[in-house]
Write a protein that binds this ligand. Structure first.
Ligand SMILES: Cc1ncc(COP(=O)(O)O)c(C=O)c1O
Length: 343
C-alpha cells in the first residue's frame, strides 16, 4: 500500500491520463520519438512553446520555460539569475535543488529560520544588491505551509524578488497556493514541477517574458541538455487537462488527509501540523523512526523513515504521503499500528 510516492492525485497510474496521452501521440503520427537536441538547436518545437504559454496562462503568469526536471529548473534558475554582489535568502528547509543552484551562483547566500518572518527580516536588513528570497509553498520534508502572504509583503517592503517552489502544492491545492491566494503580482517567479501530483516528469519556471528570455540565454541546465521529448510534453499537456476537468481527485485526497489527522491518537509522538499530503510523525531518533517504519512496512504499508542528517537531529521522522487512491480502510490499518506504537 502506497504511503510513500509523490503521486498524490493518482495521475501517474491513471488509465484516463494514459489514454489521453496515447490519443495525443496517435493524432501526430509524424512526431519524433526523441527531441534530437537542445532547445536552442534542433530540440525546440511549436508544441513546447504553446504548452509553456498555456501553462503560464493557467497559473496567471506572462510566460513559462519548461526544464527537463525540477532539479534542473532550480539549478538553472538560481545559478544564473543572482549575480556577484547580489543576495539570495533561503528558508533553511528549502530543497537541495535550490541549495545546489545557489552554490553555483556568485551571489551571497543567507538562510532564515524556517517560516520565521523576523529571521527573514533580519537577513533582508543585511542584504546587498538585487535580493532574491527562495521558499517552498509546501515544504517537502515537513509538509507544512509557508506564510506566503506575510513573506510576499515583506519581500515587497525590501524590494526583494520572491521565488516560490510549488512542487508539493500544485494539484494538491488547485494550481498551487500562489494562484489560490492571487499572489502572482508579488511573486517574481514560481517553479512548478510535473513529477508529483501531475504524475509526469519535468518542470516549468513561471514569470515575465524578460525572465524567460534571460533564462533561455544564460541558464546552463536549460541550454546544455537535450530537450524533453514529445511524449513528455504531451503527458504534461494531458495532465493539465485532467486537472482542469474536475477536482474529484483533490477532494478525495483532502478527505483522506482529514481522516488521517482526525484519527491520529498516538500520545507519545506528534504530527507536524500540515494540511498537505505530507504528514510527518516526529520520532526524535533514528532508531525510533526506523522501528515504526519497519513495523509499518512489515504490515504492507510502504512508508519511509527520514533520518538525521537528512533532517536535523531530534527531528527524525516517519514521513507518510497520503493519496487520493488510498482507501479509508488502508488509512485505518496504518493508524492502528501508529496509534499503538509506544516504544
Ligand atoms: C520542493 C522540490 N523542488 C524541486 C524538486 C525536484 O523536482 P524533480 O523531481 O522534478 O527533479 C523536488 C523533488 O523532490 C522538490 O521536493
Amino acid at each position: 500500500m502506497d504511503f510513500c510516492s509523490n503521486d498524490y492525485l493518482g495521475f501517474a497510474r491513471s488509465a484516463k491520463l494514459r489514454d489521453a496521452i496515447d490519443q495525443e501521440l496517435a493524432d501526430r503520427p509524424t512526431v519524433l520519438n526523441g527531441s534530437t537536441g537542445s532547445r536552442l538547436l534542433a530540440g525546440n518545437t511549436d508544441y513546447a512553446e504553446k504548452l509553456e504559454a498555456e501553462i503560464a496562462g493557467v497559473h496567471g503568469y506572462e510566460a513559462g520555460l519548461i526544464y527537463n526536471s525540477g532539479y534542473d529548473t532550480n539549478l538553472g534558475l538560481f545559478s544564473s539569475l543572482p549575480q556577484k554582489g547580489d543576495t539570495i535568502i533561503t528558508d533553511e528547509l528549502v530543497h537541495a535543488s535550490i541549495i545546489d543552484g545557489c552554490r553555483l551562483s556568485h551571489a551571497e547566500r543567507f538562510r532564515f529560520k524556517h517560516n520565521d518572518i523576523n529571521s527573514l527580516e533580519d537577513k533582508l536588513q543585511r542584504a546587498k544588491g538585487n535580493i532574491y528570497i527562495a521558499i517552498e509553498s509546501i515544504y517537502s520534508m515537513d509538509g507544512d505551509v509557508a506564510p506566503l502572504i506575510a513573506i510576499a509583503a515583506i519581500a515587497e517592503k525590501y524590494k526583494a524578488h520572491l521565488i516560490v517552489d510549488e512542487a508539493h502544492a500544485t494539484g494538491v491545492f488547485g494550481y498551487g497556493l500562489v494562484h489560490q491566494l492571487g499572489l502572482q503580482g508579488k511573486v517574481f517567479a514560481q517553479v512548478v514541477t510535473f513529477g508529483k501530483a501531475l504524475g509526469c516528469h519535468g518542470a516549468i519556471v513561471l514569470g515575465s517574458n524578460l525572465l524567460r528570455d534571460y533564462l533561455i540565454n544564460f541558464s546552463r541546465s536549460f541550454i546544455y541538455t537535450t530537450a524533453a521529448p514529445f511524449h513528455q510534453l504531451a503527458s504534461v499537456k494531458m495532465a493539465y487537462r485532467l486537472l482542469q476537468q474536475n477536482d474529484m481527485h483533490a477532494r478525495l485526497l483532502h478527505h483522506h488527509i482529514n481522516y488521517f489527522k482526525a484519527n491520529f491518537t498516538n500520545k507519545y509522538y506528534r504530527l507536524i501540523p500540515s494540511d498537505s499530503s505530507i504528514q510527518c510523525i516526529i520520532m526524535g531518533s533514528n532508531d525510533k523512526a526506523k522501528a515504526l517504519a519497519g513495523l509499518l512496512q512489515s504490515g504492507g504499508f510502504d512508508v519511509r523513515p527520514i533520518l538525521s542528517p537528512t533532517v536535523a537531529a531530534g527531528s527524525e521522522r516517519v514521513r507518510i504521503c497520503i493519496h487520493s487512491y488510498n482507501t479509508e480502510l488502508e488509512i485505518a490499518g496504518l493508524l492502528a499500528i501508529i496509534n499503538t506504537f509506544t516504544a
